[in-house]
Design a protein around this ligand. Structure first.
Ligand SMILES: Nc1ncnc2c1ncn2[C@@H]1O[C@H](COP(=O)(O)OP(=O)(O)OP(=O)(O)O)[C@@H](O)[C@H]1O
Length: 254
């Protein structure tokens, strides 16, 4: 079925990004991709292939050198920093290890912050369910500095789920978690997609996490070299293990 503009949650069109210096590095080399509403996409590939750069450009945290990025029908290219900040606050959620929780606020206040800033009152039952599912019920009065890395990650996930933004961008969402908590977190992200029609874009090295997505994009040298609908974890692991077998142009697989 053709994708209509209304189906587009995030769209990248011919995006280039080079990091400067004497020997410039091309981090994104003509990347075009559409992330449709109500789907989860995993972006994977070897270290240095451009995954984080893609995520940062798609989320409006970084600007491409050329090409366009849209969230829904909003073109980010010409937006001022102020409007970009507003857009990120109101329409986008982040689960980034380096995306800071607010140190002066406790866990519950951090989780509720985006909704408060947007003037929304989230459904109490859903808040309680999210807090329970990420296993933070006994940590609500703790400050981020009193939590482990994995617990901080779970606060970030709860924060993104409670506010129900259109798009949730995740950078290694299961990276700091034990297997069981990782499975819970992936189930929650899946629910955000299936129950609430949110869109998830997640960068991950973990084939198991990637296999929970509807679609897996593989990057190599700043280009999308594979576009695979629902591959199993084994196939994803194969592609990660043998990037040398990649074709020169992206192939869409059925
Ligand atoms: N701020 C920067 N300055 C210079 N080069 C950068 C910068 N950020 C990224 N790069 C380079 O751009 C390329 C893509 O980096 P990026 O972080 O997007 O890759 P990645 O696939 O996310 O890697 P990893 O899996 O190791 O996190 C790499 O060669 C990296 O060294």
């Amino acid at each position: 079925m053709p994708v209509t503009p209304a189906d587009v949650a995030v769209g990248l069109d011919h995006v280039y990004k080079t990091y400067g210096g004497d020997q410039p590095v091309v981090a994104l080399d003509d990347v075009s991709a559409v992330f449709t509403r109500g789907t989860a996409t995993a972006v994977t590939g070897p270290s240095g292939s451009g995954k984080s750069t893609l995520l940062h450009c798609a989320a409006g945290l970084d600007r491409p050198d050329s090409g366009t990025v849209r969230i829904g029908t909003t073109d980010l290219s010409s937006m001022s920093e102020k409007r970009l900040t507003e857009l990120r606050r109101s329409r986008v959620g982040f689960v980034f290890q380096a995306f800071n929780l607010v140190g002066a606020l406790d866990v519950e206040q951090n989780i509720m912050l985006p909704s408060r800033l947007a003037g929304r009152r989230p459904d109490r039952a859903w808040v309680a369910e999210v807090i329970g599912r990420v296993g933070l019920g006994d940590r609500l009065r703790h400050r981020p500095a009193q939590l482990s890395g994995g617990q901080q990650q779970r606060v970030a996930i709860a924060r993104a789920l409670v506010a129900r933004p259109e798009v949730i961008f995740c950078d290694e969402p299961t990276g700091a978690l034990d297997t069981r908590t990782a499975a819970d977190v992936l189930a929650l992200l899946r629910e955000a997609v299936d129950r609430f029609g949110q869109t998830v874009v997640m960068v991950t090295h973990d084939p198991v996490a990637a296999s929970c997505a509807d679609r897996v994009l593989v990057l190599a040298d700043g280009r999308i070299v594979r576009d695979m609908p629902q591959p199993g974890a084994e196939r994803i692991a194969e592609h990660l293990a043998s990037p040398a077998r990649r074709p020169s142009v992206a192939s869409r697989e059925g």
